[in-house]
Design a protein around this ligand. Structure first.
Ligand code: GLC
Length: 819
């Protein structure tokens, strides 16, 4: 069973059956203004922050059949001679004198449709449907840099007879403080205010909580005359709200009540009488939902997007952005699912995680303190660096400004208030209030940015540390280089009884919260990886003394890991405060952890023999047909000694589920060890584009990676959840492009050193790097996984697999022969 198909030439996934196992979503706009839109037209929109400035009320937990945030109703007047036509079949639709009311989005009227298509595009969603002889095409998007959601609605009469059609777009507002909306049912409704304002020949509905009247108003408007409007939900649904979203009582009246509600539950509904549509005739309606300081400030935008030509131009602008974005790297491998994901959907997802961190999705509710994660966003940057280096650099500096003077970092921050937080650590008085990994991730970002751009001057740019004086000014500002050094120095000295980094509240795995004094092998390995990246940079800059000092630090930590952490067939993951290993054959649960093995290779700490054995243990104990499990066997019952992990049943999430984010780390480790067959096996088994035909088990969108899949200890083995906002996006993109296809930026050039499945004859790729386009052809005549036998650059023989950055040419032909 599938619910749609990949339309690669149009860079879309097309949903053809709206009964998807969960809502499948797409993103429009950015965090500055935007949100997500689901495949039935519902949308959650916010400006700058979903916690403190949310606009539409979209409640993820309500059933899929429910109205969520926004919809569009159409209605056709029932006429006596046609009363038995199929559009008058509902007994509650008003009968002879009334109207047939339906939504072209399927939800919330759940009517019969002849055709339904939702095209999930790059920052737009287009829903095309045919109901009762009316074809509707709605394109939903946010124009670049605008604070307005545009819905471009085209309605065509396909019925063969003239039809009198009304179009009623509707949205429901939330209080901007999204959590308060759910925790206070008196103050909130007392403040919610609406007004209708005539603006030339169009109607603008204004909405705000009273306190924001003079500073921040939402508006909803359209480009066609409005006969009547509604702002009060109770009146719209009718019958004291015993009217339903599926059949709002007010839509059986000729007109809406024109109520400017001064309190209550707020919506915006605009009644447009489109008149009689002749057979084949199309009418076009454009709606706008925006937020500005006041109506005056909104007017220029309102004027612009009332004009369908501006709407079309704005869509072209979005398309051009994506043409450029995606042209950074395009690949042609023998695997169609890999091509679809690497060329379109994975880079799209990377862009979305860069925007939203783990803040707002169908699963991440955008309420409360979560905000932008330091650890998460530092990793997201690695997935967009080559495409939008300036944006990545700016964001990296923002993240570095949440580093403390002692080198450690805050865990998260709110994008509106720029206030940092220590995350869930705050909930445990008895645990440390920092994470041992947060501050180390940005080092990978800094070094990767310089490799991509060659911009070594970045190291000297200044960024404040987080601590502030009473006036809110930073106590200390220093160079990016100093930030990197402090981060490494923090971990070098923040060590426990085995000389390994203290765990803090947690490391990458948020859910293992051991008592104070526990040590983390993850943070040891991440430190090792970051050190090696930094040492390579210092070598490149010819700073020998500094490089040697940090080499010593790497050797120190490597010696401790090798002395204490080898468990016989794999590495352990933690030492508890009393020195007991966690992730050892001695444990009853969680005997082996994936990250302990893959990262021992990534850090350069594992000897070649142990590295191979550790990764073979992963294959033997943790691999399943739907992905690699995080650990095994699962904890079976709550145990406060470990914390969060034991709140899940075995096989779910961090408790031995298939947590996807670490899967690409295992792929990268396999490529470092030269095993391209296994790296590709791991890659393919979690590629969602390869799941399209078995989606009833998997349930999540086939066009993006989810965060987790239930593993084989769970009865629903194979079920995916928490799609879109996951570090899986960035790391799968890196694993696929930089390590399997082997095309990666280095300080002095582009490396092409693939580690592919031996069955491949080769592949082709186009990569833009420092202003030059490289056309890369890789041939694999001897069917090896890894090993570059020969490279030619524009016909001339090159040395090794490094193609030196070429400033002269704009197009360079690279031919690589493996052997
Ligand atoms: C979630 C968090 C991430 C953490 C991971 C594992 O994805 O956003 O920060 O590393 O879970 O616990």
């Amino acid at each position: 069973m599938n619910y749609g198909y990949f339309d690669d030439p149009n860079r879309e996934y097309v949903i053809t059956d709206p009964h998807t196992p969960t809502k499948w979503i797409n993103y429009i706009g950015t965090l500055q203004f935007g949100g997500f839109v689901d495949h039935t037209g519902g949308a959650l929109i916010c400006k700058n922050d979903p916690t403190f400035n949310r606009i539409t009320k979209y409640i993820q937990q309500m059933p899929a059949s429910d109205f969520k945030g926004e919809t569009l109703y159409l209605r056709i007047r029932n006429r006596a001679p046609e009363k038995h036509r199929d559009y008058s079949e509902r007994s509650d639709s008003g009968g002879e004198a009334g109207y047939k009311v339906f939504s072209p989005f399927f939800v919330p009227t759940l009517d019969h449709y002849d055709k339904y298509e939702c095209r999930v595009g790059l920052n737009y969603t287009r829903i095309l449907s045919e109901f009762h002889g009316i074809r509707t095409e709605v394109t939903i998007f946010v124009p670049t840099n605008a604070s307005v959601e545009v819905r471009d609605i085209k309605i065509t009469n396909l019925s063969g007879v003239p039809l009198e059609v009304d179009a009623i777009p509707v949205l429901e507002y939330t209080h901007p403080d999204a959590l308060k909306q759910f925790t206070n049912a008196d103050w909130i409704p007392q403040t919610m205010t609406s007004k209708a304002v005539k603006n030339g020949d169009c109607m603008v509905l204004i909405q705000y909580p009273f306190m924001n009247r003079d500073t921040q108003v939402n508006y909803f408007t359209s480009n066609l005359p409005v006969a009547s409007f509604e702002t009060d939900r109770k009146k719209f649904l009718g019958r004291n709200e015993y009217g339903t979203w599926a059949n709002p009582a007010s839509l059986q009246n000729a007109e809406l009540s024109n109520t400017e509600a001064m309190r209550g539950d707020k919506l915006a509904a605009l009644m447009h009488h489109l008149g009689t549509l002749q057979p084949g005739e199309t009418k076009r309606l454009v709606t706008q939902l925006g937020q500005e300081a006041n109506l005056e400030a909104a007017k220029p935008s309102i004027e612009t997007y009332r004009d369908p030509k501006s709407v079309e131009d704005a869509l072209v602008e979005i398309k051009s952005f994506w043409d450029k974005y995606l042209s950074t790297l395009q690949v042609e491998t023998p695997d169609a699912a890999m091509n679809a994901i690497l060329n379109i959907h994975n880079p799209h997802q990377c862009f979305i995680t860069r925007q939203w961190s783990r803040y707002l999705s169908y699963y991440q509710l955008g309420l409360g303190a979560r905000g932008i994660g330091i650890r998460d966003s530092s990793q997201d940057i690695l997935g967009v660096l080559a495409n939008i280096p300036d944006n990545a650099k700016g964001f990296l500096k923002t993240l570095l400004s949440f580093q403390k003077q002692n080198g450690s970092a805050l865990h998260a921050f709110n994008p509106l208030t720029l206030e940092g937080s220590v995350g869930d650590a705050i909930e445990r008085e008895d645990r440390p209030h920092y994470y041992s990994d947060d501050h180390l991730w940005s080092i990978l970002g800094v070094t990767a940015y310089i490799k991509e751009t060659g911009d070594v001057a970045f190291l000297e740019e200044t960024v404040p540390f987080y601590e502030k004086d009473k006036q809110g000014s930073p106590l200390q500002t220093d160079s990016v280089l100093e930030h990197v050094k402090r981060a490494l120095a923090f971990t070098r000295t923040d060590i426990g009884q085995h000389g390994l980094p203290l765990l803090g509240f947690a490391d990458w795995n948020d859910t293992i919260n051991l008592a104070t004094g526990a040590e983390s092998l993850f943070s040891a390995h991440l430190y090792g990886r970051a050190l090696n990246e930094f040492i390579a940079l210092l070598d490149y800059l010819d700073r020998k003394e500094a490089a040697d000092e940090w080499r010593k630090a790497h050797a120190e930590m490597k010696a401790r890991v090798e002395e204490h952490a080898w468990d016989g067939e794999w590495y352990v993951m933690y030492f508890d405060h009393d020195g007991t290993p966690v992730g050892s054959h001695k444990n009853q649960y969680g005997k082996i952890h994936l990250n302990g093995q893959s990262w021992s290779v990534l850090s350069g700490f594992a000897s070649p023999e142990r590295a191979r054995q550790a990764m073979d243990s992963v294959y033997q104990h943790l691999d399943t047909k739907y992905g690699i499990k995080l650990s095994t066997p699962g904890y079976n019952g709550f145990d406060p000694r470990y914390g969060g992990i034991t709140t899940y049943p075995p096989g779910a999430k961090e408790n031995c589920g298939i947590f996807l984010h670490p899967n690409p780390w295992a792929m990268i480790a396999e490529t470092l060890l030269g095993n391209g067959d296994r790296a590709y096996e791991y890659y393919s088994q979690i590629n969602p584009a390869g799941r399209n035909d078995m989606i009833d088990l998997y349930e999540s969108e086939p066009y993006v990676y989810p965060q987790n899949i239930l593993a084989d200890e769970h009865p629903q083995f194979g079920l995916a959840r928490n799609s879109w906002l996951s570090g899986t996006a960035s790391w799968m993109y890196q694993a696929g492009t930089q390590w399997i296809l082997g095309i990666r930026a280095e300080y002095d050039g582009l490396r092409v050193d693939p580690c592919i499945p031996s069955k491949w004859n080769g592949f082709r790729a186009t990569r833009k790097y420092r202003g030059v386009t490289y056309l890369i052809t890789v041939n694999n005549p001897k069917h090896v996984c890894k090993g570059v036998e020969k490279v030619t650059v524009n016909g001339g023989q090159a040395e090794g697999s490094l193609i030196r950055a070429d400033k002269g040419a704009s197009l360079v032909q690279v031919k690589v022969t493996l052997g």
